[in-house]
Design a protein around this ligand. Structure first.
Ligand SMILES: Nc1nc2c(ncn2[C@@H]2O[C@H](COP(=O)(O)OP(=O)(O)O)[C@@H](O)[C@H]2O)c(=O)[nH]1
Ligand SMILES: [Mg+2]
Length: 298
C-alpha cells in the first residue's frame, strides 16, 4: 500500500477547498467566491485499494493585513515542512502575478515532488490557451507533472488521484479506512454557518466574521440536535447588516446552514443563531485563540 501527506497550496480563491472536497467525494472544507475563506489547516483522508492520501487544505498564501492574516499565511507555509508532496493550484492564465511569484520562491527550496494542477479548465474555451498556460509555468520550474483539472465539474480529478499515487511511496495507513477528516464535527458545523455568512454578505464584512458554537446537544430521543451559535463580527454596523431587516439576513443564513448541518449530522437540527460584536478581534491574540486560530498550535 502507498500512503503520504499532500499539501494543497495556491493563491486564495483558486479552488483548493473545492478540489479537496471533489477528490475525497465529500464536502468537508467550506468554499466561497471570497478570498481567504479557509483559515485553518484542514486534513482529509482518501483511502482505496491503492492506499491512502492525506490531503492538507491550507489558507491561500497572500499579503497579511492583520494577525489573523499572518496566522493564515504561516499555516500555509508551515504545512510544506511536513508533507510528502505538493499540489499547487493555479488559474488557467498565462499572467503570473505577485502571489504566484511568491509561491515559485517558496517552492524553490522544497525537495519533494510538486504537481501543478491548472484548475478551472471549464472556464477556458480554447484548448490552445491551456497549452500556453502549461508552457508558461513549466518554463519556470520542474514539475513532477502538470495537469489541467476542473474541481467544480470533476474533470480529470480521477487522473489527478492516479498521478498522486504514482509519486507516493509505500507506507502505513495513518487513519482507518472510514476516516474522512480530522475536523471535529462541531467545528465543521461552525464552518458551515460561516460559509453561509460569507456567501450571503457583501464584501468586507465576511472577513471579520467568526462563529462560536455555544451549545451542541443530541436530544435523548435521538432525532434532534440543538445547536446555539454566535456569529461574531467586528462592528455594530456589521451586526445590523448580519441581522438584516426584521432579522431577514440572519434567518437566511440560519436556514441554509441548518440544511447543510442536517446533512452532515444525518439528523434534524434546531439551530439558534445570535450576533455578537468583538471589536478588532482579528488583531487580538486572546480572541483569535478563543476562535481556534492559535499560532502556538502551528
Ligand atoms: N469555474 C470554476 N470555478 C471553480 C472551480 N473550482 C473552484 N471554483 C470556484 O472558485 C471559488 C473559490 O473556490 P474555493 O475552493 O473556496 O477556493 P480556495 O480559496 O482556493 O479554497 C468558488 O466560487 C468555487 O466555486 C472550477 O473548477 N471551475
Ligand atoms: Mg479554501
Amino acid at each position: 500500500m502507498k500512503s503520504g501527506f499532500v499539501a494543497l497550496i495556491g493563491r486564495p480563491n483558486v479552488g483548493k477547498s473545492t478540489l479537496m472536497n471533489t477528490l475525497i467525494g465529500q464536502k468537508i472544507a467550506i468554499t466561497s467566491n471570497k478570498p481567504q475563506t479557509t483559515r485553518n489547516r484542514i486534513q482529509t483522508v482518501f483511502t482505496d485499494e491503492r492506499g491512502q492520501i492525506v490531503f492538507l487544505d491550507t489558507p491561500g498564501i497572500h499579503k497579511a493585513k492583520n494577525k489573523l492574516g499572518e496566522y493564515m499565511v504561516k499555516v500555509s507555509t508551515r504545512t510544506l515542512r511536513d508533507v510528502d508532496m505538493v499540489l499547487w493550484l493555479v488559474e488557467p492564465s498565462t499572467f503570473i502575478g505577485e502571489g504566484d511569484e511568491h509561491i515559485f520562491e517558496i517552492l524553490s527550496s522544497v525537495n519533494i515532488p510538486v504537481i501543478l494542477a491548472i484548475n478551472k479548465m471549464d472556464s477556458l474555451k480554447q484548448k490552445e490557451d491551456m497549452l500556453e498556460v502549461i508552457a508558461k509555468y513549466s518554463s519556470r520550474m520542474k514539475f513532477a507533472e502538470v495537469v489541467p483539472v476542473s474541481a467544480l465539474k470533476g474533470t480529470n480529478t480521477d487522473k489527478l488521484l492516479d498521478i498522486i499515487f504514482k509519486y507516493l511511496s509505500e507506507g502505513p495507513m495513518y487513519y482507518d479506512e472510514d476516516t474522512v477528516t480530522d475536523q471535529p464535527i462541531k467545528q465543521i458545523a461552525a464552518e458551515l454557518i460561516r460559509e453561509k455568512a460569507l456567501r450571503f454578505l457583501q464584501e468586507e464584512i465576511p472577513h471579520g466574521i467568526a462563529v462560536e458554537i455555544d451549545t451542541f446537544n443530541y436530544r435523548d430521543s435521538g432525532d434532534m440536535v440543538d445547536i446555539e451559535a454566535a456569529i461574531v463580527c467586528e462592528k455594530d454596523s456589521h451586526k445590523g447588516i448580519i441581522i438584516g431587516k426584521g432579522g431577514s439576513m440572519l434567518k437566511r443564513i440560519g436556514t441554509a446552514a441548518r440544511k447543510d448541518i442536517e446533512g452532515l449530522l444525518e439528523s434534524r437540527v434546531n439551530l439558534k443563531l445570535w450576533v455578537k460584536v468583538r471589536p478588532k478581534w482579528r488583531d487580538s491574540d486572546v480572541q483569535m485563540k478563543n476562535f481556534g486560530y492559535n499560532p502556538k498550535d502551528l
